[in-house]
Design a protein around this ligand. Structure first.
Ligand code: NAD
Ligand code: DAU
Length: 361
């Protein structure tokens, strides 16, 4: 018999840790959490469940076939959920190697071990098993201002080393279903935000810089559009896809919340003005326009009607409720922010923003 156990990769990162925390708190079974603990992986994200008997943390690389094989043999999970990835577009522009290594080669190695494990299962257990791959809307490329939102049938047109590496991993997952029959599920999600978001990404970076009195750097003129989804809604969508998604299918996940970057930053400044007013002026005064990201995609927008229609999933948060919760979380967790913004983080700020004419470190 397969256990009720799941194996999650990348569960110490932003979305993975939100997913693992929720899984344990909802009492859905045991979760084996495999994470390499790169700069983005943080055991503090898992502090609430560190002693919980249903959470087992394993420090390993998804590309370490021996380690993955051992885990599969030992715990006999009924599903493997792959969140592990290098995830930051700007870092992929500065150094794509790790993106190829983890997102492409790592996913390939993981798939190979999962295939071997799955093929050796008895037929009824094979039928229950799922490999769920967490991917991104960026694989579809960039939309014009009036184009319809991305559907699952849109062609892949990745534009950054990050999105190209995620696209490659999606293709491998697709091939493992088509060729070997591995029961895969792929989710392509829009921009997430919420607790434990690493402050290299726009929303947590702006909150952190605003409170530190630093410039709020907006690439280009701030008119690029992203489609924002509260991270807990993403996690509930993944649970729904895992439970009722059809093997071999892909599901787009989004919150129907398209915003320009300038709108997002204005909203953050306005909430901070209410929640933590400055002695003088507004946080908006700290906004500064900096050199654009090379190859910066203009617009992402997710058409989430398939997952809503076929699986009955809907997001709970609007952007307005989710963003206020997020700001409050950062205001309430200054130690977490302080710990993740020391060391390597300063080095990254120097590298990314110096060339844009800003000193943020
Ligand atoms: P993150 O960078 O915050 O976390 C990634 C985690 O993966 C970290 O804990 C890191 O230590 C781990 N990791 C990296 N390389 C690894 C390896 N070789 N082996 C094992 N663990 C490794 O990323 P995130 O924002 O939480 O994104 C999670 C997944 O969701 C990624 O696959 C990403 O492409 C996808 N996604 C993210 C967003 C978003 O807005 N953040 C949106 C859509 C899809
Ligand atoms: O769309 C899903 C993707 O969303 C995920 O696949 C990625 O893993 C995730 O990092 C995110 O990618 P983005 O590039 O959209 O996120 P980021 O927070 O880096 O940037 C959001 C927008 O804000 C983007 O248009 C670039 C802009 N930006 C970003 C930073 C860090 C700024 O204007 N200034 C900044 O300092």
């Amino acid at each position: 018999m397969l256990t009720e156990t799941i194996l999650v990769t990348g569960g110490a990162g932003f979305i993975g840790s939100n997913f693992v925390n929720a899984w344990v708190k909802l009492d859905l079974g045991k979760v084996i959490n495999l994470d390499k603990l790169t700069y983005a992986g943080n055991m503090e994200n898992l502090a609430d469940i560190s002693q919980h008997p249903n959470h087992i943390f394993i420090h390993a690389d998804i590309g370490d076939r021996q380690a993955v094989q051992e885990l599969l043999k030992t715990y006999r999970p009924r599903a493997v959920l792959n969140f592990a990835a290098e995830s930051h577009v700007d870092r992929s522009i500065h150094g794509p190697d790790e993106f190829i290594q983890t997102n492409v080669v790592g996913t390939f190695n993981l798939l190979e071990e999962v295939r071997g494990y799955w093929q050796a299962l008895p037929a009824d257990e094979q039928a229950q098993f799922r490999f769920l791959h967490v991917s991104t809307d960026e694989v579809y490329g960039s939309l014009g201002a009036h184009d319809p939102a991305f559907k699952e049938t849109n062609p892949y047109q990745p534009n950054s080393p990050y999105s190209a590496s995620k696209a490659a991993s999606d293709h491998l997952v697709r091939a493992y279903h088509h060729t070997y029959g591995l029961p895969t599920l792929t989710t392509n999600c829009s921009n997430n935000y919420g607790p434990y978001h690493f402050p290299e990404k726009l929303i947590p970076l702006v909150i952190h810089n605003a409170l530190s009195g630093k410039p709020l750097p907006i690439y280009g003129n701030g008119s690029n559009i992203r489609d924002w989804l509260y991270v807990e809604d993403h996690c509930s969508a993944i649970r729904q896809v895992l439970a009722t998604g059809a093997p071999g299918e892909t599901y787009n996940i989004g919150g129907w919340n398209e915003k320009t970057n300038l709108d997002v930053v204005h909203t953050l400044c306005d909430i901070l003005d209410q929640e933590r007013p400055k002695a003088q002026g507004s946080y908006r005064d700290q906004i500064t326009f900096v050199k654009d990201r090379p190859g910066h995609d203009l617009r992402y927008a997710i058409d989430a009607s398939k997952v809503e229609r076929e699986l009955g999933w809907k997001p709970q948060e609007t952007f307005e409720t989710g963003i206020r919760k997020t700001v409050r979380w950062y205001l309430g967790n200054p130690e977490w922010v302080e710990h993740v913004t020391s060391g390597e983080y300063q080095h990254w700020l120097n590298k990314n923003y110096h060339e844009r004419g800003e000193e943020l470190a």
